[in-house]
Design a protein around this ligand. Sequence first.
Ligand SMILES: [Zn+2]
Length: 297
Amino acid sequence: MPPKAVVETRVLKALLRHRGVLKEFAKGTDIVNELADEFTLNQQQRTATLERVYRKENRTVQSLLWLRLLFRAADTLAKLGLVSRPTATFKLSGKREWMLTEKGFDEALKLEGKQDLNKENLGVRSFEVQKVVKTLVSTPRPDSYDPVARDKRLVTRSSTSYFRSRAFRQAVIEAYDCKCAFCAFKLSSPDSLSWEVQAAHIVPNNFKGKDDIWNGLALCGIHHWAFDAGWLSVTPRFIIDVSSRVGFLSDDFAQICDVNLIRMFENKKTRMLLPVEKNLFPHENAIAWHRSNRFVA
Ligand SMILES: [Zn+2]
């Protein structure tokens, strides 16, 4: 059987590969088999059991040695503060999972030689950020919502604002199933760590737009740019609206092969993709701000 320290490293790497979470280890689960495959364990090693005798109660309990080894490795990672235990994660997400902490996330990136990657752009969950995500997606939608943070300083680099902006990105992208709300483009990097889709602010950051899900929209790179530039907006009923100036564009603008990435929405009454939960829809006040301040009708 592989040494415990090596198993710990592999569990941490697997957490990164699986975007920050692994199901609690149980017999026959995919992750248990996946890790066994990594160590090329043979059938005998996979099924070897460990017998523990409880003298007081006069009973013996048999457990799989491989499962025990995985559990002990994860348990050590939890003691080091690198992962959260399934009991703690359950309280947060309702799922019995091991989840990376921020410290574990850094450690896993280091192990993979990817410490230069910007965590803000990775779709990996961490316990600390998921706590903020939970607040973002469970706060009831206010009627009189102001998408502009009037008292917000533009240069804030506290850890609160850092977690908040990562949670914003995570919440928005997940709410839209990693797709562009306009064209539905969906693509991740080959290692599945990052998504092409971006979490766009409806009221942009440099206009003190809030990091709230109601001020967010998942958009591909091109439509994000076109939305910020004022070529595209949405109506209060979430129909994609195209600037009338599009009529002045020459044919080679916004064209990719046979598709014009702006004109594709012209006079089509295309409804943008929306989150499953109504509470997470963009807020009409944020949309109204965009229509009067960015959109070139
Ligand atoms: Zn798009």
